[in-house]
Design a protein. Structure first.
Length: 317
């Protein structure tokens, strides 16, 4: 019988940019993220087919298949087409926007699905975090769920993710504002290495990881918000100062950030965060979540609310 695997998207809190090893997808420094509850990839698996196929949103996707081949080879020693699996991956609930983390959830779900097909026992999530990294480094963090940290080592063995906290440590609420873009994340990763500020960014983000982890474990939303905003602005500054001067933010991004700052000046806990895209994550508290949503709706933006999400998992049926 077909079965389904689910993995939630993530919001990167300390974001990696660029890769020091593109084949193994190892970033230059550690990174930290939190899984969402509202956005996810759902992977439907049928075993025992004559030739394996991968569908993304109902269509064959060569880029996703190329990435999945590395995962398949690591898990099974075989090409994906030889596994006898038909896999259909969909991003749910159909929210359009760039920088929402769907590559991370797809990578985690696809890795988990292949592992379940070939290894029927209890999954080793630490090992799967290593393997899903071959699809996307962010998928490694998504795999283990909650607040997670990817340790960027020197090779495959010492580059993995682990969950460092969950909602009991910090009951974070996030209001997501999806915004469109045509910029490819891969292009942005390649771009940043030509920025004259890239080395400084690596040093700054490396130091920030411990500070962010301490803020999460200590339940300090204000400190976390401050650190994540700084990290976001650094990320976009190195993108904009690469050789092609790529601008990933949009006018809508600036509108949302301006409103977030206005809310905070009126004693609302609200802090902006972005990944490699124009979409904005607004980190807030349970008490202020609806205030933030109403403010964004009032200025014309659709929102999606989230709390702290789980690890990749099997969904029966």
């Amino acid at each position: 019988m077909p079965y389904t695997v689910v993995a939630n998207t993530m919001q990167a809190l300390v974001k990696y940019h660029g890769l020091k090893d593109w084949k193994l997808r190892i970033p230059y420094h550690d990174s930290i993220s939190v899984n969402t509850t509202s956005l996810y990839s759902e992977v439907r698996v049928t075993e025992g087919v004559e030739e394996g196929w991968l569908f993304v949103e109902g269509k064959k996707n060569d880029d996703a298949l190329r990435r999945l081949e590395s995962v398949s080879q690591r898990l099974t020693g075989k090409r994906f087409a030889d596994l006898g699996l038909e896999i259909d991956s969909k991003n749910m609930p159909g929210v359009e926007g760039k920088g929402l983390g769907y590559s991370s959830s797809a990578g985690a779900a696809l890795t988990f699905a292949i592992n379940r097909a070939v290894n029927k026992g209890t999954p080793d999530m630490k090992e799967l975090s290593r393997i899903s990294r071959l699809f996307a480094a962010s998928a490694s963090r998504t795999m283990v769920g909650g607040f997670s940290r990817l340790y960027a080592g020197q090779g495959d063995d010492d580059t993995y993710s682990e969950k460092i906290a969950d909602e009991k440590d910090l009951p974070l609420r996030t209001v997501i504002v999806p915004l469109p873009s045509t910029v490819r994340t891969e292009t942005a990763h390649e771009e940043v290495e030509s920025s004259p500020f890239f080395k400084a960014r690596i040093e700054s983000a490396s130091r920030r990881c411990d500070l962010v982890e301490n803020a999460i474990r200590g339940g300090d939303l204000a400190k976390l918000g401050e650190l994540v905003e700084q990290d976001t602005m650094e990320l976009h500054s190195v993108t904009m100062t690469g050789k092609n001067r790529m601008i990933v933010m949009s006018g809508d991004t600036i509108n949302v950030i301006t409103k977030v700052r206005e809310l905070r000046s009126n004693s609302v806990q609200a802090y902006f965060s972005m990944q490699t895209g124009p979409s904005v994550f607004i980190n807030t508290s349970e008490e202020d979540e609806q205030k933030v949503r109403r403010a964004m709706t009032k200025i014309g933006y659709r929102t999606v609310s989230s709390s702290v999400g789980k690890e990749a998992r099997f969904k029966r049926g």
